[in-house]
Design a protein around this ligand. Structure first.
Ligand code: C2E
Ligand code: CA
Ligand code: CA
Ligand code: CA
Length: 280
């Protein structure tokens, strides 16, 4: 029994070791990428469309990374590590500059995007008001307008130290705010009013089993009703089927985002996607 316990312990510690090694590796690679002007990093843009007309109302910027070996590392993997190590601040700065560069290239191509949503992590908010300076500096450098941008934050980020302060500063600077993954964290409806939230994004977990799952149908309908009553735009994320879109449309959801109406794509693909949409 004793040796079993020992083996069990060894197995466990090796597993942790692998994980730490993996994370250290990703951290080192990411640091290197940032030192090299963000080599391998790029931004994918996912269309957000009006539920009824299916016209583009905005895009969400999503970070992408191909490491030195050309392997795609998912943001679900590297963002939490960037958060933990503090690299997220530098990464966020890189992101805003790249978005502005992409916007300039699209504009030269005759394409003007209506609105760009950018994710902000809890750590970025915790830095407080400096985040606002970083953002404003990037936009100023490229001549981009504040009211073209919306920041997405999760419910939990609102609870972070300095979270409320940073959000108020962003609001005061003229940026729109959206609550990301609504329903998946610690919800407090008070902040919808307190922070003058513009939009609420219903988490994909509630959309996935629509329209058949009765509980999810009730939750989604209630969230939409509440948003309408509060005058907050409601966005459904992870919409993959026409049946989901039909349900959401019927219940008054404003905006759809998901593989059904457009996958996240690099800027050049977004340009052809939008041109094709124009022709139909
Ligand atoms: P999120 O902000 O909730 O982003 C939505 C995720 O759902 C994205 O995953 C997107 O690619 C995916 N998605 C969109 N439509 C569908 C669909 O129809 N079906 C399914 N199954 N998935 C869909 P992604 O790009 O892997 O990003 C994962 C998370 O990483 C994001 O979740 C966000 O929390 C974080 N993230 C991504 N980019 C950034 C960034 O630039 N900054 C920060 N702070 N976080 C980011
Ligand atoms: Ca988001
Ligand atoms: Ca989300
Ligand atoms: Ca999410």
């Amino acid at each position: 029994a004793k040796s079993e316990g020992k083996n069990g312990y060894q197995f466990f510690s090796e597993e942790i070791n692998d994980k730490v090694h993996g994370e250290l590796h990703i951290e080192a690679d990411l640091r290197k990428a940032l030192r090299q002007q963000g080599r391998g990093l790029w931004v994918a843009y996912q269309p957000q469309v009006d539920t009824h007309t299916r016209r583009l109302v905005g895009v969400e910027a999503l970070m992408r990374w191909n490491n030195e070996n050309g392997q795609a590392v998912s943001p679900g993997e590297f963002i939490p590590i960037a958060e933990k190590t503090g690299l997220i601040t530098e990464l966020g700065g890189w992101l805003l500059n790249r978005i502005c560069e992409d916007l300039a290239a699209l504009r030269a191509d005759g394409i003007e995007l209506p609105k760009i949503s950018v994710n902000l992590s809890p750590r970025e908010l915790r830095e407080g008001k400096t985040i606002v300076d970083v953002v404003l500096q990037a936009l100023k450098r490229f001549g981009e307008k504040v009211d073209h941008f919306q920041f997405e934050v999760t419910e939990n980020a609102l609870l972070a130290d300095n979270g409320p302060e940073a959000l108020n500063a962003l609001r005061q600077a003229g940026f729109a705010l959206a609550i990301d993954d609504f329903g998946s964290g610690y919800s407090s409806l008070g902040y919808l009013k307190r922070f003058q939230v513009s939009a609420l994004k219903i988490d994909r977990q509630f959309i996935e089993r629509l329209p058949d799952d009765e509980e999810d149908a009730v939750i989604v309908t209630a969230v939409i009703q509440m948003s309408i009553a509060l005058g907050v735009k409601v966005v459904a994320e992870g919409v993959e089927t026409e049946a989901q879109a039909e349900f959401l449309s019927r219940h008054g959801c404003d905006v759809l985002q998901g593989y059904l109406t457009g996958r996240p794509m690099p800027p050049n693909e977004l340009a052809s996607f939008l041109r094709a949409a124009e022709r139909t």
